[in-house]
Design a protein around this ligand. Structure first.
Ligand SMILES: [Zn+2]
Length: 223
């Protein structure tokens, strides 16, 4: 088995300024014949029958997406990890939706890089190829990397997965890429960064938060 971590990926694959344009993912020959990729890597990849790629934050950083950990782990003086909990949503769904909307908006402004496209193409060509990602930013999915069925498995879920809070409703959407997801959560790129506690946060009522399209009654929550 070839165990492939993204920080071991050849830098050429990770660099958005490489000669591999985002259309080069259609041509793996171009990628694998590059002289910047070590021959033994290419040979080993081609001869492997079971391949596992483990993706981490470095892959997103190459698309210009900072991690919260890198920014000190705070969002408006709240511990970012404590906002991403069912308890926080129950206590203040408006604040949690604004936190998620902010992160969704940042992720959607970033673009998948050449490595995302290469991994998605490899998954299409090699059904036995498995990818496990720690990233929640949706960049792999936007590069065409399909979730489930042995393709892309998300260790920490996705910012773009939403589900109904109703006990009797089973609505789930794994890829809700709307931005904003509700009009009251719209973010303008006007230089005011609401992750800073110094920037006023608008009041958003419960009725303005995203609601389930299936039952029509209950709030949606981040997945
Ligand atoms: Zn529902």
């Amino acid at each position: 088995m070839l165990f492939w971590r993204t920080h071991h990926l050849p830098q050429t694959l990770l660099s958005s300024t490489s000669k591999f344009s985002q259309t080069a993912h259609r041509n793996m020959t171009t990628i694998t014949s590059s002289t910047t990729i070590p021959d033994d890597f290419t040979t080993h990849l081609r001869s492997s029958t079971r391949i596992l790629a483990l993706l981490g934050a470095g892959l997103s950083a190459s698309s210009g997406l900072p991690t919260f950990r890198g920014a000190g782990g705070l969002w408006r003086s709240n511990d970012a990890t404590s906002l991403a909990t069912p308890e926080a949503f129950h206590a203040n769904p408006s604040l949690v939706w604004q936190f998620y909307s902010y992160r969704r908006h940042q992720a959607l402004k970033a673009q998948p890089n050449a490595a995302h496209y290469a991994l998605a193409e490899l998954a299409r060509r090699r059904p036995e190829f498995l990818t496990i990602s720690q990233n929640v930013d949706g960049l792999s999915q936007r590069a065409g990397h399909v979730r489930g069925r042995g393709g892309l498995e998300l260790l920490h879920g996705s910012l773009f997965e939403v589900r109904c809070t109703g006990f009797e409703c089973d609505f789930v959407n794994e890829e809700d890429f709307r931005d904003p997801i509700a009009e009251a959560l719209r973010l303008e790129d006007d230089g005011r960064d609401i992750s800073s506690a110094d920037v006023p946060l608008r009041e958003v009522g419960i009725e303005e938060l995203p609601h389930c399209p299936k039952c029509g009654e209950n709030l949606l929550r981040p997945g």
